[in-house]
Design a protein. Structure first.
Length: 200
């Protein structure tokens, strides 16, 4: 953080977008460090607009992956749920990294936020145009050690499931997948309320 401040002063780079992204990465490292203090303890959930939480992460993530991958965010911007942002960002990060790894060459990642007022649920669907998952593996992908990559421990989706279910009292599952066409993961959170002030 100190080196960034020195760079701003020395090169008069206060408005340089690269400096801004370096600051974002430093903040990200602080979040990562904070995550480990939360694992094993009771996570504090705060009411947030789900769309805004997702948008903040997508905006951070998309400029750090290949330009061959496009991102699309759609849905209801007014739905709210109890979220622990440092932990939930970890969920989004694992799912989107998997989506990026599943895409060979050009592709698209779409995130849609919707809800069911009757069941008081918020849905977050993360879809990719990657290689897909066999139906027989829909549950297996969440087991520790499962991975299709040569490197890695296969803990990403297992940890994701734990954060969603144990810390947010939600659900996560493979909603749909077709080999050669792509996969959609669905997260379900408890809907706390609809922001009537900004809803038209």
């Amino acid at each position: 953080m100190a080196w960034i401040e020195l760079m701003k002063e020395k090169f008069n780079a206060e408005d340089d977008p690269l400096i801004g992204e370096m600051e974002n990465d430093v903040k990200r490292l602080e979040i990562v460090a904070d995550r480990f203090s939360k694992i094993g303890s009771r996570a504090q959930l705060e009411e947030h607009k789900v769309y805004d939480v997702v948008k903040d992460f997508v905006d951070y993530f998309k400029i750090r992956v290949s330009k061959n991958i496009s991102f699309e965010l759609t849905g209801n911007p007014h739905l709210q749920a109890g979220i622990n942002i440092p932990l939930f960002d970890w969920v989004l990060e694992n799912l989107m990294k998997n989506a990026v790894n599943a895409i060979d060459g050009k592709g698209n990642i779409k995130v849609d936020v919707s809800g069911n007022k009757i069941k008081k649920q918020v849905f977050i669907d993360i879809s990719d145009t990657g290689k897909g998952i066999p139906r027989s593996k829909f549950d297996t992908v969440f087991q520790p050690g499962y991975t299709t990559r040569k490197r890695g421990w296969g803990l990403g989706l297992s940890l994701t499931k734990r954060i969603v279910e144990n810390y947010h009292d939600g659900q996560i599952f493979v909603r749909d997948s077709e080999l050669g066409k792509g996969t959609t993961f669905r997260i379900i959170l408890k809907h706390t309320r609809h922001d009537k002030q900004t809803a038209a």
